[in-house]
Design a protein around this ligand. Structure first.
Ligand SMILES: [Zn+2]
Length: 286
């Protein structure tokens, strides 16, 4: 992604990996013909032209304002044991080198924000140092949704392996370190950033809204997983905790921002743009 300006705010991205996923891995309810009907606008940027698999980017967004640098969603991370997801298992990616390429060191990050606490959104919260998981961004305050944190805290009491163990290795070490804040969905920073509840994908899932000089952007995490959901907003992914609620939230978001010039930055999109409508429904103008 090219560096993007929202008024006085700059947004850049760090791509950790690019994955190709079989459509039914992500969307068990999506019919083959439904996907094929959208090939004309999804190939080659969102669907691989050869395999017809879905292109999913694992990336963080970096928000730069005059005084503050914010990192949103921290991908899978290095060295994490993810035995049930071979392509995530003990990854070694040059993520921090890519941060350097943006002119930043880990110590420069003021806030780390996770839209939700799935394993591919919290990984770089921590890194391995002397066999211990420690916060990767030593000066950052980590911002988590209180509702989300409490949900997964309860879930790991039932199943320790939930979310591939990421709560233990990528969230709890941050909590133990103490530089964090559990916030409600009305959290804001000055007048340029505010959260919004977006339940469904997970119970405490959040959307991050950015405003500057009458320009607006929305970082919506996994509220929209893949661009095919613009054509079929009712279809939720396999990874949505409450698929029905997720579809309601997604439709509300799309209706709110369509034809407004708002730039949408979903966590896994290879391209960002604005949501517009035609006779067939929503599409991404990029
Ligand atoms: Zn997710």
């Amino acid at each position: 992604m090219k560096s993007l300006n929202i008024g006085k705010i700059t947004i850049e991205n760090i791509v950790e990996t690019i994955g190709l996923h079989k459509p039914d891995f992500l969307f068990p309810d999506l019919k083959k013909y439904q996907l094929e009907e959208q090939f004309n606008w999804l190939i080659p940027n969102f669907i691989d032209s050869e395999t017809k698999n879905l292109i999913m980017v694992f990336q963080s967004y970096v928000i730069k304002t005059k005084n503050t640098i914010i990192l949103v969603d921290t991908c899978v991370g290095n060295d994490k044991s993810r035995i049930n997801r071979p392509f995530w298992h003990k990854q070694k990616t040059p993520y921090l080198e890519k941060l350097n390429d943006l002119g930043l060191n880990p110590g420069d990050i003021d806030y780390v924000m996770c839209t939700h606490l799935h394993a591919d959104h919290v990984g770089w919260n921590t890194k391995l140092e002397n066999n211990q998981w420690v916060p990767t961004f030593p000066n950052a305050k980590y911002i988590f949704s209180k509702k989300e944190y409490e949900f997964w805290s309860n879930e790991i009491n039932i199943n320790k392996e939930i979310n591939h163990g990421s709560f233990q290795d990528s969230v709890l070490p941050v909590i133990e370190n103490g530089k964090y804040e559990l916030v409600s969905s009305n959290f804001a920073i000055e007048d340029y950033l505010y959260f919004e509840a977006a339940p469904g994908h997970t119970p405490g899932n959040l959307i991050i809204n950015l405003f500057s000089e009458n320009n607006r952007a929305v970082l919506c995490g996994d509220t929209i997983h893949h661009a095919v959901q613009l054509s079929y907003p009712e279809i939720s992914s396999r990874f949505c905790e409450d698929p029905f609620e997720s579809s309601i939230t997604r439709k509300k978001l799309l209706n709110n921002i369509c034809n407004t010039g708002t730039i949408i930055l979903p966590a896994h999109f290879p391209k960002v743009g604005t949501i517009e409508t035609n006779k067939k429904g929503f599409y991404l103008n990029y």
